[in-house]
Write a protein that binds this ligand. Structure first.
Ligand code: ATP
Ligand code: MG
Length: 383
């Protein structure tokens, strides 16, 4: 159950090491009971952000608040958070129940309470009867569950999880994703979860925080992040994207590839240069003479659910995901509906992502498409 009460606030956090900015002006508000995921490529500062919340790293500047109180002076063990580290860091010389009980023993809890909690936690993570097992006899997934049980046994209000499933195979990871999500929901604990797996982030989180190079690029619901990426980095990092240069002539009208297309976006300057994102699964393939654009299939890969089809539009290669098979050298048309076109502001990431070959000089010559649009489709475009 999500509430709007704020539990953690990071304000203008800056961290540098050896003259390199690790985090630059990071602001983040997290609500009580929220599942927040920090998502970004290796080295973008995800673990550092968690370590600041946990109290293991002191920022150069900026503040961390918990329930509105500044945590600067609070050492890690006094913070109401628990961490599952990037490597699980279980105690190999202790058995399962002693690992899970560790924090409670340190706190001087009563034996009966400890035993009762250990059993409850092992049940929660599906490890009933594993109490006496040595850590080195457990599989990776089982060790992961012990790490989760150990963290939850301390009854934290906030759990920090640093790539907890990275070491697991795909199938087990999917199962554990569902289990973790259930645990989070049923206990109502705030989860701050780190991953560089975009699918994991989208499927588990209430809120996704996309980071790159020590900065937050976008904060939003999984749907927001996917459907309305703020810039080319986010569009590229969250799933596959075709990203093109465009000109936003006026509200609801964008031009790219020498053609004007109706879209749903507003609020840009007149004739503002923009980045245009088109998701591979949103493109409809039609016979060449009915397309808004015409191209030639250059590669097809079977992906199980769909074919990943690369189509060359005079040197600019798009990815199209379709359940229909078009062999290499097929000439196809594509139709783009207004809701399939997403407009983004130009950014430092423009031109870095989003084509499936390299940019080509021929791109500039696309003003005159080979195939004339029929009256009907032309009317559709102008609508
Ligand atoms: N203790 C440290 N001393 C010096 N540099 C550090 C230290 N910790 C992290 N860094 C640097 O800060 C940057 C961010 O590191 P961080 O561990 O937060 O990245 P990450 O997003 O968790 O990456 P990954 O996905 O690889 O775990 C990296 O460039 C890293 O080399
Ligand atoms: Mg990390």
């Amino acid at each position: 159950m999500q509430t709007t009460k704020e539990i953690i606030k990071l304000k203008d956090i800056t961290v540098s090491s050896d003259g390199e900015q690790v985090l630059s002006g990071l602001d983040l508000n997290i609500s009580d009971g929220e599942f927040v995921t920090l998502l970004g490529p290796s080295g973008c500062g995800k673990t550092t952000t968690l370590r600041i919340i946990g109290g293991f790293v002191t920022p150069d500047s900026g503040s961390v608040f918990f329930d509105g109180k500044d945590m600067a002076k609070l050492p890690p063990y006094k913070r109401p958070v628990n961490t599952i580290f990037q490597r699980y860091a279980l105690f190999p010389h202790l058995n399962v129940q002693d690992n899970v009980a560790f924090g409670m023993r340190v706190q001087g809890k009563k034996k009966t309470e400890i035993r009762e909690t250990v059993d409850r936690m092992l049940k929660l993570v599906n490890l009933v009867g594993f109490n006496e097992r040595r850590i080195d006899t457990l599989s990776g997934g089982q060790q992961q569950r012990v790490a989760i049980a150990r963290a939850l046994a301390n009854n934290p209000r906030v759990l920090l999880l640093d790539e907890p499933l990275a070491a697991l195979d795909l199938k087990l990871r999917k199962d554990m994703q569902a289990e973790l999500k259930n645990i989070q929901k049923s206990l109502g604990i705030t989860f701050i979860y780190v991953t560089h797996d975009q699918e994991e982030a989208l499927s588990m989180s209430d809120t996704v925080v996309v980071m790159d190079a020590g900065r937050i690029q976008q904060i939003g619901t999984p749907q927001d992040i996917y459907n309305e990426p703020k810039n080319a980095f986010v569009a590229d990092f969250i799933g596959e994207s075709n990203i093109l240069d465009g000109i936003m002539h006026e509200d609801y009208l964008v031009e790219f590839f020498g053609r004007k297309f109706p879209c749903l976006d507003t609020g840009f300057d007149k004739d503002e240069p923009v980045d245009v994102v088109i998701r591979p699964e949103d493109i409809d393939i039609v016979p060449a003479n009915q397309g808004h654009l015409t191209g030639t299939v250059t590669a097809v890969t079977f992906k199980g659910v769909h074919f990943e089809t690369i189509v060359d539009f005079k040197g600019f290669k798009w990815m199209i995901q379709t359940t229909d098979y078009y062999p290499v050298d097929s000439i196809i048309g594509i139709v783009l509906n207004p809701e399939d076109i997403h407009i983004m502001k130009k950014s430092e990431y423009s031109d870095m992502f989003g084509d499936y070959s390299s940019y080509s000089d021929e791109f500039d010559e696309l003003g005159n498409p080979e195939v004339d649009l029929t009256e009907d489709t032309a009317a559709e475009v102008e609508e």
